[in-house]
Design a protein around this ligand. Structure first.
Ligand SMILES: NC(=O)c1ccc[n+]([C@@H]2O[C@H](COP(=O)([O-])OP(=O)(O)OC[C@H]3O[C@@H](n4cnc5c(N)ncnc54)[C@H](O)[C@@H]3O)[C@@H](O)[C@H]2O)c1
Ligand SMILES: O=P(O)(O)OC[C@H]1O[C@H](O[C@H]2[C@H](O)[C@@H](O)[C@@H](O)O[C@@H]2CO)[C@H](O)[C@@H](O)[C@@H]1O
Ligand SMILES: [Mn+2]
Length: 443
């Protein structure tokens, strides 16, 4: 189906991500909906990006010959002339994620990529590189859209809003609600494309409050009853690592206590930290599992393309979540479609009885001016208390980064529901500081 839409240039920042080959597949699948003239692959690590370059080049030469393809480690080449930045850096890479996930376990604290003390340390790292990226992009253009996956999205989104308050072309994304809705669709045996949700919270700290389809059929009570009586499995359970399968099942545990709404998988770290710590292996955490599964599989497929000039016998990778969401968001902006997504937006009264400056995660639409959240209304005391505490942690973390303020960092960690104890907060903060000198400094 030829749509003759305006063509764009995109820059993939963090192109050494093991998720990028599948993102390229999504771009190929959606070339009529979101056509491109040029794709710039940018990373600071040429060796890592190089592991996938032969594949990226071959699959695009085969299925997207009209697109110009550039690989670079030069920030200026990456950002000087581009319509969209698809940003997915892992600042400090797996090496630092390993510290994020392992060091807290020494103190009986949750070790996780985006939540708890690991999320604090990761947020401090990401804000530095993200600030540098935005400044570089904006030194060339105020019009380039920055679509960002770089985590922890909660800290990055709030920090960039504080650092660039007038920049209206930065949009932070999370694929978790989109991914969970795919799993809900499979459970309910309905097409995901027709499903719509209502949701509220902060990033990786929220709840589904409704689920219905475009024909007006409501599925929320049916889904909630299912999840109270059956193990929750992801739509792609057969492809997921054990730690993710365990994560999904803990949603059932949460709902044995609180079943008004359906929680994101990430809330478990704040409700069952001790159990999760007990089940954690301080020598082998999610980063190791991801390296030995997703990364290993992707690098193996990409390795098949080295020296080849056809894709014969080589699978084209795609991803029904990460890459698909990013491209659909870019499409909705580029052509002002106002499609519905779960979006990260400034509260500003969407939840009237919650902090107006918080970045909340709610249902909404995306068009040429970015994301607009649907009005949600007041939230009950239980959720308000949880979110105000979490927002205070997020806000103090951003302050600690901007002001290089040790005391605010300690306050942030002490507030975090997975830490609480100031002795442990100080111990983990000092440990993280000792390994983070290349990324952040506190005075
Ligand atoms: N928001 C979401 O819901 C969501 C979903 C999935 C992944 N992510 C995030 O996306 C990012 C990528 O994760 P992954 O596992 O796919 O990637 P990865 O760890 O496989 O690779 C990340 C790449 O980023 C590069 N990088 C680091 N600093 C950079 C910088 N300053 N400029 C350019 N590139 C830089 C690294 O060299 C590496 O090649 C992470 O932050 C991850 O947490 C977010
Ligand atoms: O542990 P990882 O590196 O495999 O994934 C961490 C990310 O997990 C979430 O995204 C998941 C998504 O929720 C899941 O269903 C599947 O589709 O993979 C996605 C990653 O592409 C979460 O939203 C991200 O913030 C995490 O970084
Ligand atoms: Mn996410």
């Amino acid at each position: 189906m030829t749509m003759n839409r305006k063509k764009h240039t995109i820059t993939i920042a963090g192109a050494g991500s093991a998720r990028v080959p599948a993102l390229v597949g999504n771009l190929i699948e959606m070339k009529e909906r979101f056509p491109l003239t040029k794709i710039i692959f940018y990373d600071i690590d040429n060796e890592r990006m190089g592991k996938m370059q032969a594949y990226d080049e071959l699959v695009l030469k085969t299925y997207y010959p009209e697109a110009e393809v550039v690989f670079t480690t030069d920030m200026d080449v990456a950002y000087c002339h581009t319509d969209f930045v698809f940003c997915q850096m892992r600042v400090g890479k797996g090496e630092m994620r390993s510290y994020d996930e392992k060091m807290p376990l020494k103190y009986g604290l949750v070790g996780q990529e985006t939540c708890g003390p690991g999320g604090f340390s990761y947020g401090m790292r990401s804000l530095g590189a993200m600030k540098e990226m935005v400044e570089k992009v904006r030194s060339y253009s105020k019009d380039t859209w920055i679509l960002n996956y770089t985590n922890p999205a909660a800290i990055v989104a709030l920090g960039l809003d504080r650092l660039f308050p007038d920049d209206k072309r930065i949009l932070n994304l999370c694929d978790q609600p989109f991914s969970l809705m795919k799993s809900f669709a499979k459970i309910l045996e309905v097409p995901q494309e027709t499903l719509r949700a209502r949701y509220f919270g902060l990033n990786h700290f929220g709840w589904f409050t409704d689920l219905f389809d475009t024909a007006g059929n409501n599925y929320f009570d049916q889904l909630r009853d299912y999840l109270k009586n059956h193990d929750f499995k992801p739509f792609n359970a057969e492809q997921r690592s054990k730690s993710w399968l365990d994560t999904y099942v803990r949603v059932n545990k949460y709902m044995q206590y609180f079943d008004e709404y359906i929680p994101t998988t990430y809330l478990q770290y704040y409700f069952f930290p001790d159990e999760i710590v007990q089940e954690s292996n301080p020598h082998y955490t999610r980063v190791d599992e991801a390296r030995d599964s997703r990364e290993k599989e992707v690098f193996e497929v990409c390795g098949q393309a080295v020296g080849r000039d056809t894709m014969d016998g080589i699978t084209m990778l795609t991803n029904g979540v990460f890459g698909k969401l990013m491209v659909e968001v870019a499409e909705s902006i580029a052509y002002d479609l106002h499609n519905e997504f779960i979006v990260l937006v400034k509260n500003n009264g969407i939840i009237p009885n919650f902090e107006k400056d918080a970045i909340v995660e709610v249902a909404g639409t995306i068009g040429k001016n970015g994301a607009e959240g649907y009005y949600f209304g007041n939230i009950d005391m239980f959720y308000k208390g949880l979110m105000e505490n979490q927002y205070a942690y997020e806000s103090l973390t951003v302050d600690a980064f901007i002001e290089q303020d040790y005391k605010k960092a300690l306050e942030a960690l002490t507030l975090n529901r997975t830490v609480i104890d100031p002795e442990k907060a100080k111990a983990i903060l000092d440990d993280f500081q000792s390994v983070s000198k290349d990324y952040w400094v506190l005075k």
